[in-house]
Design a binder for this molecule. Structure first.
Ligand code: CAA
Length: 257
């Protein structure tokens, strides 16, 4: 059996590739467990400063595996806490995660992409929450993260009609950070990931934590959190190095301390 999740390390970037092309990268337990294990490994590796998750040119992921879950009953779904069991590992890593999406990101695939810190979309990308067509509803954040990303009107439209959103609309609506020609998707995403990973790891983590705080607190609480974390950055050797390098007109050599 082929591995459903592949990993590679490129410099300071950990790459995770979902690899079930025969099923449009539908997400079953093996895929989700494989992604969680890869995130664990990259989190533990001090050399890694950024993680990229991708699929193939046809699909990032076409959702949770329908064949796998079609006969579930309530008790099984409840007891196993289907579907976020292990999915949220992407969200809990303290290192930034970029989803590089080409082709379909539907249902759980769209939800998984939204769990990442940002989405880079190929011009072929299509996003959607089509669960309503299956007589069910989004269960991994679609009704919660989508309105926060694109607003209530478009989130309602997508979840209730099951229509897909193309890359251009997704960028205009704030769902994706960049749209990139499909042939360039991985190159440009990896370049951005290497740029991030080249900075000081504790600062990368402080910024990720602070931006995420904007979604979980009032503005005043968030501003206070940011200011305190900013103050703590003065304790870093990398802050001394970064500012000294600027003044001395040279490149900084960060040590992740
Ligand atoms: N689960 C299981 N298998 C899937 C799948 C899924 N979500 N999506 C696609 N596949 C399989 C198809 O069954 C097909 O397998 P076979 O060749 O063995 O028949 C193979 O992938 C290729 O798919 P299609 O032949 O359908 O390819 P297409 O190009 O005609 O269509 C598609 C592509 C539009 C993505 C279509 O496959 C589709 O609509 N897939 C389902 C999308 C969906 O409803 N996703 C939501 C799932 S529910 C969910 O995710 C719940 C949640 O909130 C977490």
């Amino acid at each position: 059996m082929s591995q459903v999740v592949l990993t590679e390390i490129h410099g300071k970037v950990g790459l995770i590739r979902i690899n079930r092309p025969e099923a449009m990268n539908a997400l079953n337990n093996d895929v989700v467990d494989g992604i969680a294990a890869a995130v664990d490994a990259f989190e533990a590796d001090e050399n890694i400063g950024c993680i990229v998750i991708t699929g193939n040119e046809k699909a990032f992921a076409a959702g949770a595996d329908i064949g796998f879950m079609k006969d579930f009953d309530y008790m099984h779904a409840y007891k196993t806490d289907f579907i976020t069991r292990n999915w949220e590992r992407i969200k809990t890593t303290r290192k930034p995660v970029i989803a590089a999406v080409a082709g379909f990101a539907l249902g759980g695939g769209c939800e998984m992409a939204m769990m990442c810190d940002m989405i880079f979309a190929a011009d072929t990308a299509k996003f959607g929450q089509p669960e309503i067509r299956l007589g069910t509803m989004p269960g991994a954040g679609g009704t919660q993260r989508l309105p926060r990303a694109i607003g209530k009107a478009k989130a309602m439209d997508m979840c209730l009609t099951a229509r897909m959103m193309d890359a251009a609309e997704a960028e205009k609506s704030g769902l994706v950070a960049r749209v990139i020609a499909a042939e360039q998707l991985m190159e440009e995403t990896m370049k951005a990931a290497q740029t991030i990973a080249g900075y000081s790891l504790p600062v990368i983590m402080m910024i990720k934590e602070s931006v995420n705080r904007a979604y979980e607190s009032s503005l005043n609480e968030g501003l206070l959190f940011e200011r305190r974390v900013f103050h703590s950055a003065f304790a870093l050797e990398d802050q001394k190095e970064g500012m000294a390098a600027f003044v001395e007109k040279r490149k900084p050599a960060f040590k992740n301390r």
